[in-house]
Design a protein around this ligand. Structure first.
Ligand code: MN
Length: 254
């Protein structure tokens, strides 16, 4: 098995080392192509207005001066001579749950892989504390990664789908198990806009995310994490709301 690794926290992120360790439990045919700097919150952005540079850091290890989507594109088109069987994106530092998905560079890298017809999985480690945490932030991901991936490798995923995995902020032995979940939703008002003044006296604004106010509907990724489980959510790239097709079409009939 051949695996391409990427992320949105950048090629030097600790979570990428964790992802590589997980991938090495399956194969040594591992390629890395990741952004050269942190790209969290970039979503599915594609760099169009400037060139990108490809840098080699070692054998099968590359960075791209662009977004997670750029990195997957470069990995598939310029770095690898043969397509990978799997693309893994992560392990992100921080949750990618509920409506985080469309902001998430981690999930979007996996979306780009799914668009290319490759089995793609996004992996994120939920954290409880802001900033630099003590201890092994990635304990749950590191120790449960293989068990989560095995069933995802055992059979193909449906076309134009990907899988979004989140590990709860617990030590590996405290994790209760794995749940297949649906995407939940956040309270939109949790976002903050912090206002301050720069050293020259001019105003600036900085977007922040408050501690998440969960809407813990049954069966969601948010509920699974809240209850100490790993969430495994199948996602599709087709965003069409099928039940609205008929009713919306009716509104355009004379
Ligand atoms: Mn990130």
């Amino acid at each position: 098995m051949r695996i391409l690794l990427t992320n949105d926290d950048g090629i030097h992120a600790p979570g990428l080392e964790v992802l590589e360790a997980i991938a090495r439990e399956f194969t040594d045919d591992i390629w890395i192509c990741a952004p050269d700097e942190e790209q969290s919150g970039m979503g599915h952005a594609l760099t169009l207005t400037r060139p990108v540079r490809l840098r080699q850091h070692g054998d099968r290890r590359f960075s791209v001066t662009g977004t997670p989507t750029d990195s997957v594109t470069m990995g598939l088109r310029k770095v690898m001579d043969e397509a990978p069987d799997v693309i893994l994106s992560g392990v992100n530092r921080g949750a990618n749950l509920a409506d985080d998905i469309t902001y998430s560079g981690t999930a979007s890298a996996a979306m780009e892989g799914a668009l290319a017809g490759i089995r793609s999985i996004a992996m994120s480690q939920v954290t409880t504390r802001h900033g630099e945490a003590d201890g092994d932030t990635f304990d749950a991901a590191r120790n449960w990664g293989k068990r989560v991936l095995e069933p995802l490798f055992s059979a193909p995923l449906p076309d134009r789908t990907l899988v979004n995995v989140n590990f709860p902020p617990l030590s590996a032995d405290a994790v209760k198990g794995i749940r297949v979940t649906r995407q939940g939703f956040h309270d939109y008002s949790r976002g903050t806009v912090v206002e301050g003044r720069d050293p020259r006296g001019f105003k600036y604004f900085w977007f922040g995310l408050d501690q998440i106010e969960h809407t813990l509907d049954h069966g969601t990724d948010l509920e699974a994490i809240d209850e100490g489980h790993i969430s495994v959510t199948p996602l599709q790239l087709d965003l069409t709301h099928y039940t609205s097709l008929g009713t919306l079409a009716d509104r355009y009939q004379g």
